[in-house]
Design a protein around this ligand. Structure first.
Ligand code: NAP
Length: 424
């Protein structure tokens, strides 16, 4: 006989955890029709039962203080981990998988770090381990990459995958806010935490690019393989210069394939105003994919928030309910796997924005021009703003760029203020 109810336990009833019962309740008829079963939260693990009592009463589930109340309960089919952080979440998920529970998580930090270990364990236990909400919250990008784009060869994944920094950069570009003002505005709106390190230093985005790269290319990389630069050092004058040249700064997670190797970076970059990513503003997220068959496609939506993220979590629960109905268990979320190969700096190609401060505009303008020529970096545009010189280049390899930067290190006639990649 087919199973009629999928029983779920949620770990952590914070922002996302409290949205999950709401979505399940709202969509219960639709969910029942497409899965052939009810999905019901029966238990939730919390630290303070008093605080979460009203929510539990509203949605008719039991609050428990100990993970054993969940993993040792034979009635529970799925554990949804929404406590965040790495070590404790890893322990809870392993306990759940070892007890043959399916697991859903939204935890990018954990999955980027221990995804392989947990996926292997889930496979051994013949259960599902899904984490659609871990990348770009409400945007269904992982399942899109692993199913809808499964027959396409992906060459490039560009992501605006951190809402906090995107909100800040939008304030800097549109309202002329400084970095410090933009951070305060983001904190006041609850987009940035009191300690914004993970967001502003690009670490959160890098975790997501690790996961996206695994889905796009089958290659498992670690955070150490990602070249990360945050937005802390981005200066208002560069934001203004970019604007006058028809570009906007975005924190771009960039995962690209060069021959058989991949290169993954997170850094502020100039995005041309005609590029689809340039119009992704405030706290919104987007993932832009270039693939052999489809060409360019972009997936846009809210990267965070209680209901958008909970909707992705519930979509994973629906997928598990369908697996249970059709008795297809233990299939990894992302089956595609290839040996990891990182591209060499000589293969990685970019266009660049250079900002120099010069002592004598006219003289050093020519000096810079000849230095670029010597380094074989072709100049697309060179603009002289009195004591500031901006150089936009055509494509050159990361190796050539590094060599050029080294060659100008000891020059005292001008000072390199910044260098960023350009996406046209
Ligand atoms: N917020 C979003 O929009 C969003 C988007 C995408 C992904 N995510 C991911 O979703 C996960 C949850 O995020 P969130 O924003 O919902 O976090 P949150 O609001 O901080 O909620 C986490 C909840 O887990 C509880 N918790 C922590 N450790 C616990 C433990 N050992 N036992 C029981 N409960 C525990 C916390 O309880 P206390 O109140 O007692 O501390 C809190 O209620 C994270 O992995 C996050 O990266 C979030």
């Amino acid at each position: 006989m087919l199973k009629r109810m999928l029983k779920v336990a949620v770990l952590g009833l914070g922002t996302v955890g409290s949205g999950v019962p709401a979505i399940l309740q709202e969509q219960k008829d639709k969910i029942e029709q497409i899965t052939g079963m009810k999905i019901a939260i029966v238990k939730a693990l919390v630290r303070d039962i008093e605080v979460k009592k009203a929510l539990a009463q509203k949605y008719h589930f039991q609050l428990v203080p100990d993970i054993k109340d969940i993993v040792q309960d034979p009635e529970i089919d799925v554990v949804v981990e929404l406590i965040g952080g790495i070590e404790q979440a890893r322990i809870f998920i392993k306990e759940a998988l070892n007890a043959y529970k399916h697991v859903v998580s939204a935890n990018k930090d954990l999955i980027a770090t221990y995804g392989e270990e947990l996926t292997t364990l889930a496979k051994e236990q013949n259960v599902s381990f899904y984490y659609e909400a871990a990348v770009a919250g409400g945007i269904p990008i992982l399942r899109t990459l692993s199913s809808s784009l499964s027959a396409d060869g992906i060459d490039e994944v560009l992501g605006i995958v951190n809402g906090t920094t995107n909100y800040m950069l939008t304030q800097m570009a549109q309202k002329g806010a400084t970095y410090a003002e933009a951070l305060v505005a983001a904190q006041e709106l609850g987009f940035a935490e009191a300690d914004p390190t993970n967001d502003v230093d690009g670490i959160d985005a890098a975790y997501k690019m690790v996961i996206l790269s695994a889905f796009a290319y089958g290659m498992r990389i670690s955070l150490d393989d990602v070249k990360i630069q945050g937005i802390r050092m981005l200066q208002s004058q560069d934001v203004k210069m970019a604007n006058s040249l028809d570009y906007v700064f975005k924190l771009i997670g960039c995962s690209r394939k060069f021959d058989e190797g991949i290169d993954v970076t997170v850094a502020p970059a100039l995005v041309h105003k005609n590029h689809q990513l340039a119009n992704v503003n405030n706290e919104m997220n987007a993932v832009f994919v270039k693939s052999a068959g489809i060409g360019e496609s972009m997936y846009y939506g809210p990267g965070a928030g209680s209901l958008p993220t909970a909707a992705s979590v519930v979509a994973d629960l629906v997928a598990i309910a369908q697996n249970v109905q059709y008795k297809v268990l233990g299939i990894p979320f992302n089956i595609y796997k290839k040996p990891t190969k990182l591209a060499a700096d000589s293969q990685v190609i970019n266009q660049y924005y250079f900002h120099f401060e010069v002592l004598d505009g006219k003289k050093q303008f020519e000096q810079l021009r000849s230095l670029f020529a010597k380094a074989q970096i072709k100049i697309k545009e060179m603009i002289d703003y009195d004591t500031q010189v901006i150089v936009l280049t055509y494509e050159a390899s990361a190796k050539i760029k590094s060599k050029f930067l080294k060659s100008i290190e000891s020059t005292s006639d001008f000072k390199l203020i910044s260098v960023y990649n350009i996406f046209d």
